[in-house]
Every structure is written in structure tokens, then in C-alpha cells.
Design a protein around this ligand. Structure first.
Ligand code: CO8
Length: 374
């Protein structure tokens, strides 16, 4: 039986930190660290320099936004330094999440008081509890409703969109904010040559609402689909039980309590898995790949997106068909496909169909087919 309640995307919001690090600046910092390490550890395996050319060719990334540039680039620190805040002050992740949420609310002309639920869907949470989502709910001034955190790594936002759409379909909410603050610079090992270039900081928000209250300019949600399949190839073993193991060295260059991955394996395994998932989902919805006007894919690697888009569309995708924001944002985990959608969707015409798709650790993947109303 189909529901009488129809979920749509009313609007999106984006918050971008002001500071940005170019590949040139990043590589100079890493190389200074490597030179210092090699001088201080003459008997150890020497660290090899990183390279601007490699980073751009292997990933498509040219720069990334961060919340604290100076400390990340300081070869003696190589980690953002954010002052601990008292409990009475809003946490930094909730703060940037609220900025993105307010942008989404303003775009839809919606008062926060009319929102029923906030899902904070991100790869890393500020703390175990109270939930960031509840803090965001309070900061927005919502006196009613409910909020909770959910983490599906890079796929958090699409998992959040399906969860929000299901709440709307079931009648338990009419207006749901999916907020994705990502301070990935906090969990990136800036001393690891293989991955120091990959991530950036940002926050996004998606407002999912019942069609009867949505603005005229909205996106129909034609269908959502989620998939998970266990893999050890992308891990972050940071957790509350770390202290029970004895001795944590958060700043150690070989720590697995920060982001680690087998990037090659991820590339090879995730491309076919995601392309097939999209095609199967499209078929179930009676859609053909070549009918899709635009793909807003997860922003991890330009080469991955090129291959996935080609398999889905049946031809090499143009920048117009599969836009990238990797060059200036890098991988922002769950926020990537939402940034692409936010920045590259206004020009589409009523009736155009597109796909928001994320993939990442877990493995996890989510597809959301949308059609512009109007
Ligand atoms: N500079 C110069 N050379 C380098 C560098 C560098 N920085 N790094 C590696 N190289 C060299 C290697 O040493 C190697 O040399 P050789 O051939 O002589 O051995 C050569 O370059 C090739 O190395 P790789 O095989 O590693 O390079 P790839 O071409 O595979 O590119 C990538 C590496 C870019 C990492 C690529 O594999 C990739 O993008 N893979 C997919 C990654 C991906 O999608 N990951 C998903 C992660 S997102 C997620 O879900 C996690 C969420 C958590 C986010 C929060 C944490 C911060």
C-alpha cells in the first residue's frame, strides 16, 4: 500500500570554513616534517616526499577547506588545535551544523519551530553524548520534536535522507533536517603520505518534508536505496574502549585510531559495487541510466566518479553531467554529494531527473533518485 504522505527535498544548506589549504602548502608542510623526521631518525626507514603532481593526478584534489589551517600546516603539530569549550558553550561541530541547517531553513522559507526532527548524520561525532543532533535542535530554537545522531561514514547523509523520507511517509514527521557536519581534519593523519591530502572540513544540511508543506521549488524523491557490506579496507579504530587497551598515541604516525585505508582496494571494489547498485535501483524505478540528467556522486576521487558515471550513463560523463567539487573541497565524507547537489542543481529544468549517491566505509552506499518539480 502506498503512503498518503509524500517526502520531497525542500532545500539544502552549506557551510564552508573560510580557510583553505592548497596542495602546494600541504606538500611543503609534509616534506618539512619528513626532512625533520629523517634527520632525527637516521637509522629508520626514511620518509619519502609527497608531491603536488601525484595528489592532483591520483585524486583530482587541488585544495581543501579546514577549520584550523595554521596548526595543520605546522610540521610540529599537523593536527587542528581547537580549544576545549565549556559545556555551556555550543560545540564546534554543532556550531557548523547549525550554520548549514539555518541556510537550508532560509532557502525553504521555513521557521525552525516548524521542524519535527533533526538527524545529525556524519562520520565522526563531537562526543558520545548528549547527541550533537539534540544540541543542534536546541541551538536552532526548536522547542518540540526529537533528534538523534547516526553514523554511516561517508554514506551518512543518504542514509539520513532515507530515514527522514521514511519518517515523512509513515506520518511520524512532516519536516526533518538531515545535518552533516564533517571536521575530517580531526581524524586525518596529516603525517601519513598516502592519505594526508584526502580530506577537508565542511557542513551540509538537507530539509526533507511532506509535499503538502514543501515550497513549490522542491525535488521529488523518486526512490532511495541503501546497501552495506563489511570491509576492513577503510577503518578508524578510535573509540571509547581504546583506553582499556593501555597507551593511546593519537599523534603517532602509524596510529590506527585515525583514518586508515587500503585506497587501491577501495577503488577497485567500490566502483563496480556502486555502479551495479545504481543501475539495479534505477531499473526497479523504471529509469534508464542514459535518462539521468545529472549525477551528484560522493566526492572521494575523480577517477572513481569518472568510472561510475560512465557505467551508469553509458558514455563518458561531462562535468555538467557529473560535477565535481573535489578540486576545492577534497573528500568531505558524508557531505560531498550534498555539496555537489547544493552547488550544481539550480540550473536543472522542471522534470529533470538526477541521482545523489554516496559510498564509503563499511562498506556503505546509498542512492537517492530525485526529480525537479516546478
Ligand atoms: N605523494 C607522492 N607519491 C605518493 C603519495 C604522495 N602523497 N602517496 C602515495 N604515493 C605513491 C605510492 O608510494 C605509490 O608509489 P609506487 O608505485 O612506487 O609504490 C604510488 O604513489 C601509487 O600509490 P597508490 O596505489 O596508493 O595510489 P592510487 O593511485 O591508488 O591513489 C588514492 C591513492 C587517491 C587514495 C586512491 O586509491 C583512492 O582515492 N582510493 C579510493 C579512496 C576512497 O574512496 N576512500 C574512501 C574513504 S572515505 C570514507 O568512507 C571514510 C569516512 C571517514 C572520514 C573521516 C576521516 C578523516
Amino acid at each position: 500500500m502506498t503512503s498518503q504522505f509524500v517526502p520531497v527535498i525542500s532545500s539544502t544548506g552549506l557551510f564552508t570554513p573560510e580557510e583553505s589549504i592548497s596542495n602546494e602548502e600541504l606538500v611543503a608542510s609534509y616534506n618539512a616534517y619528513a626532512d625533520k623526521y629523517n634527520a632525527e631518525h637516521p637509522d629508520a626507514e626514511p620518509l619519502i616526499h609527497s608531491s603536488v603532481e601525484f595528489i592532483e593526478k591520483a585524486s583530482g584534489i587541488k585544495s581543501r577547506h579546514v577549520v584550523d589551517k595554521a596548526s595543520v600546516l605546522d610540521p610540529d603539530i599537523m593536527c587542528p588545535r581547537l580549544e576545549e569549550r565549556p559545556n555551556e558553550q555550543v560545540s564546534v561541530m554543532a556550531e557548523i551544523g547549525v550554520k548549514a541547517a539555518n541556510a537550508a531553513l532560509a532557502a525553504a522559507g521555513r521557521e525552525a519551530g516548524a521542524v519535527d526532527a533533526v538527524l545529525c548524520a556524519a562520520s565522526n561525532m563531537q562526543r558520545a553524548y548528549p547527541a550533537m543532533a539534540v544540541e543542534i535542535q536546541a541551538e536552532l530554537g526548536m522547542e518540540e520534536g526529537f533528534a538523534f545522531d547516526m553514523n554511516v561514514a561517508c554514506s551518512s547523509a543518504t542514509f539520513g535522507i532515507q530515514t527522514a523520507a521514511d519518517y515523512v511517509r509513515s506520518g511520524s514527521a512532516k519536516s526533518v533536517l538531515v545535518v552533516s557536519p564533517e571536521i575530517t581534519s580531526g581524524h586525518l593523519n596529516w603525517r601519513d603520505r598516502d592519505s594526508h591530502f584526502i580530506f577537508g572540513d565542511v557542513a551540509t544540511a538537507v530539509l526533507v518534508e511532506e509535499i503538502s508543506i514543501a515550497p513549490k521549488q522542491h525535488w521529488e524523491i523518486l526512490g532511495t536505496n541503501l546497501k552495506t557490506q563489511f570491509s576492513n579496507n577503510i577503518r578508524n579504530n578510535f573509540g571509547f574502549l581504546n583506553r582499556t587497551h593501555g597507551g593511546i598515541e593519537q599523534d603517532s604516525p602509524d596510529t590506527d585510531k585515525l583514518f586508515i585505508q587500503e585506497g587501491r582496494k577501495v577503488f577497485k571494489e567500490v566502483v563496480p559495487m556502486v555502479a551495479q547498485m545504481i543501475l539495479d535501483h534505477a531499473e526497479r524505478l523504471g529509469l534508464k541510466g542514459e535518462e539521468l540528467r545529472r549525477l551528484w556522486l560522493h566526492q572521494a576521487n575523480a577517477g572513481m566518479n569518472r568510472l561510475i558515471a560512465q557505467r551508469v550513463l553509458g558514455h563518458e560523463a561531462s562535468e555538467d553531467e557529473s560535477p565535481t567539487v573535489l578540486d576545492t573541497y577534497a573528500n568531505t565524507s558524508s557531505a560531498g554529494s550534498i555539496i555537489a547537489f547544493h552547488k550544481h542543481s539550480e540550473d536543472l529544468a522542471a522534470g529533470d531527473t538526477g541521482l545523489i549517491c554516496s559510498f564509503g566505509a563499511g562498506y556503505s552506499a546509498g542512492s537517492v533518485f530525485v526529480r525537479k518539480a516546478g
